[in-house]
Design a protein around this ligand. Structure first.
Ligand code: ADP
Ligand code: UDP
Length: 255
């Protein structure tokens, strides 16, 4: 038992005491803890940063706080727009109560503009604006290096049912529409991003994990300055400043 976190569940009146029980998992960016409610986990965001499947390691001071707060605010906003998420309540600067899900082992990537592995794989420059967004899946498997796969591969590997994949695609495009519009009001272009989905105990698919500058490419709309983890990946400097700037813009535009 490490910390006690006080929180108020939105749809209950009384204050509840949420206790971090055993650590279930430590990933590259977050730790996951059990709670005394079997349907809820606490996630704790770290400042650790990795890239290139863990080959590059470092620290981005204050990242955990920004990613926690940004992800929570964006997920709360998405809920209001009809996308169900795992978000329950922010407990502290780095800790959040979430609904426990069984993660669908797919990284769902939506792109509006060419960048990163897309530009590299297809031999095109970064910055080509697509007529319509693309979707791609990677098999979430660190040992295999998260290989790209298509819907048929995902079905063959029984990573999800056809209905679940339809739901995931529908939500992923909806998240894109909502977030593209939101970031535009902040003077930011949403280039691409990665989502993860999970199943609640009753099988309902919800958006899980995080939405942050670690998992999205965000460019200043006018200067195209990068305000995301590419500054770390590409040793561009100004990493902490970029995270702080994107958080500041979110706070100015999301009530
Ligand atoms: P990684 O596992 O890629 O190193 P993280 O450090 O972000 O990533 O670890 C967080 C882990 O928790 C991820 O494996 C993610 O899939 C998982 N996760 C995210 N949200 C939930 C949730 N609501 N319930 C269960 N697991 C979750
Ligand atoms: N991404 C992520 N986790 C991953 C791989 C990608 O969050 O393990 C995000 C990344 O931040 C970017 C988008 O998904 O916003 C597309 O990444 P890409 O495939 O271009 O890979 P990268 O260039 O990061 O290797």
């Amino acid at each position: 038992m490490e910390t006690l976190c006080f929180g108020q569940i939105q749809n209950k009146e009384e204050m509840i005491l949420m206790e971090k029980l055993e650590q279930l998992y430590e990933g590259k960016a977050k730790k996951v803890f059990a709670t005394d409610d079997p349907a809820l986990y606490i996630v704790e965001y770290k400042d650790d940063a990795t890239a290139f499947n863990g080959l590059k390691k470092g620290t981005i001071q204050g990242k955990g706080i920004i990613n926690n707060q940004m992800s929570n605010r964006l997920m709360a906003y998405l809920e209001k727009q009809g996308v169900p998420t795992h978000y329950v309540e922010e407990l502290s600067q780095r800790e959040t109560l979430v609904k426990k899900v069984s993660i669908v082992p797919l990284e769902v990537i939506i792109r509006n503009i060419s960048a990163g592995s897309f530009a590299k794989r297809y031999g095109v420059e970064e910055g080509i604006v697509f007529d319509q967004p693309t979707i791609e899946f990677s098999y979430k498997n660190d040992e295999l290096g998260d290989p790209l796969l298509n819907r048929y591969h995902a079905l063959a590997l029984k990573l999800g049912t056809p209905e679940e994949l339809d739901t995931i695609e529908k939500y992923a495009f909806k998240v894109n529409e909502v977030l593209k519009g939101f970031w535009k009001t902040c003077g930011v272009t949403l280039v691409d991003f990665k989502l993860e989905f999970g199943r609640l105990a009753d099988g309902t698919i919800v958006l899980a994990d995080e939405i942050s500058p670690d998992t999205c490419r965000l460019w200043d709309s006018e200067t195209h300055e990068k305000l995301d983890k590419d500054r770390f990946r590409r040793d561009m400097g100004g990493v902490e400043e970029a995270y702080a700037e994107i958080m500041k813009r979110l706070e100015e535009h999301l009530n």
